[in-house]
Design a protein around this ligand. Structure first.
Ligand SMILES: NC(=O)c1ccc[n+]([C@@H]2O[C@H](COP(=O)([O-])OP(=O)(O)OC[C@H]3O[C@@H](n4cnc5c(N)ncnc54)[C@H](O)[C@@H]3O)[C@@H](O)[C@H]2O)c1
Ligand SMILES: [Zn+2]
Length: 367
């Protein structure tokens, strides 16, 4: 069976095998390669040279390195460039970059000529462990993020952790939030591994880095495989910490706050909420917080983007999260490290704001 995980290859250097991998997956060696300005500068020559050596025909697309590139207007422009370059259904699209390039490229591939294959070559920690896997592709609408899109599984996800070496520290810790998330929601032994190897992973030292990236990618793929269209509640557990995070991101106007930073804060809130509602034992809360203690964010970020907001204001902002169903807030909670579930019942506002307040006190002490 074709499954998300059978398409993931984690390897250094992954590009040397790209021709063979394409053949094995029945893809033509005709690639539109999408970069952002940074990934073009950092990896463009290397990627294109490797493709050409292996007999690929290529066309190149470059977008500005920012979230606003995930828009209908930039997709529209790129469709035009592709049509003019005679790209037809026999071509595929290779996305070289973070989640912005992956989501935009996936969206274009899902729609161009009613759909061409997409291959992901993620270059951020977040993209390697999260956004490149699972086939959710989207652009933003002025009224909300990721609202217009498709489920379009990548034919291949080519992960080479050595691409991470140039990543700035904020992006490392941001991606690390999603990595730690997998430990919390799905795998106690992975959590323990991260506890022992946190500094190795954020320092990009091998073999810890490749192990962390690869275990994260496969945990995500496994969850997606079991609940592709998010109907049973399992895929929703990937949103651990995210109800809080989305509220914060919204309050911050999506500026000066990386998604992963919001997720790290959101997970601390979700840990406190899990304990408050009687699911998470005190000792496991302490263990969870001890790992969260290792995150390093820019000075003042937490103060300005979390501590400064009143918990009532944050609650209201969470309420406008698009992921709520029937105007109810849904929370992903854990009842032990390594097991998450979607809480079916309404949660009292006081429990939520109380958890936010506890997380604030914890962050205040951590600083
Ligand atoms: N589709 C999904 O399931 C899913 C899941 C999570 C997030 N997302 C989306 O992902 C996006 C965020 O992705 P992101 O965090 O990767 O951000 P990003 O794509 O904006 O990349 C972050 C920055 O790092 C730069 N960069 C990329 N690779 C680099 C490297 N190796 N070295 C140095 N710099 C590098 C980029 O140019 C950019 O400036 C959001 O739009 C979010 O909505 C999608
Ligand atoms: Zn996330």
């Amino acid at each position: 069976m074709e499954t998300p995980s059978s398409h993931i290859v984690v390897k250094t250097p992954v590009l040397d095998a790209v021709g063979e991998l394409y053949s094995a997956h029945g893809l033509d060696r005709k690639c539109v390669v999408l970069f952002d300005e940074n990934t073009r500068r950092l990896f463009g020559e290397k990627v294109l040279a490797s493709l050409h050596r292996q007999g690929f025909q290529t066309r190149e697309l470059v977008v500005p390195a920012r979230e606003t590139s995930k828009s209908l207007s930039s997709a529209w422009k790129l469709y035009g460039t592709m049509i003019e370059a005679d790209v037809d259904r026999s071509w595929n699209l290779l996305c070289v970059g973070g989640g912005v390039v992956g989501d935009l490229g996936g969206y274009i591939a899902a729609s161009y000529y009613r759909g061409i294959p997409v291959v992901q070559l993620p270059t951020t920690l977040l993209a390697m462990t999260d956004s490149s896997i699972g086939g959710k592709v989207a652009i933003n609408h002025p009224l909300g993020k990721n609202l217009i899109g498709f489920f379009h599984l990548p034919e291949l996800v080519l992960i080479d952790p050595s691409f991470l070496k140039s990543l700035p520290s904020r992006e490392i810790y941001g991606g690390m939030a999603e990595v730690v998330k997998y430990g919390f929601i799905a795998d106690r032994s992975f959590f323990d591994f991260l506890d022992r190897n946190f500094d190795e992973v954020v320092g990009f030292r091998e073999p810890a880095l490749t192990e962390a990236v690869s275990r994260s990618a496969f945990i995500k793929a496994e969850v997606v495989e079991k609940d592709f269209r998010e109907t049973t509640g399992l895929r929703a557990t990937l949103n651990f910490g995210h109800t809080f995070a989305h509220g914060l991101e919204k309050l911050a106007g999506y500026r000066n706050l990386r998604h992963g930073e919001a997720v790290a804060i959101g997970m601390a809130c979700a840990l406190f909420l899990s304990r408050r509602l009687g699911f998470l034992p005190e000792a496991e809360l302490a263990e969870g917080l001890a790992l969260m203690q290792r995150f390093r964010f820019p000075r003042g970020l937490v103060a300005k983007r979390f501590l400064a907001y009143d918990s009532d204001v944050m609650f209201d902002s969470m309420f406008s999260d698009k992921k709520k169903i029937d105007k109810k807030l849904r929370f992903v909670l854990i009842d032990r490290i390594g097991h998450a579930f979607l809480h079916g019942k309404d949660v009292e506002k006081e429990a939520v704001t109380g958890a936010i307040e506890e997380a604030k006190v914890w962050f205040e002490r951590k600083r």
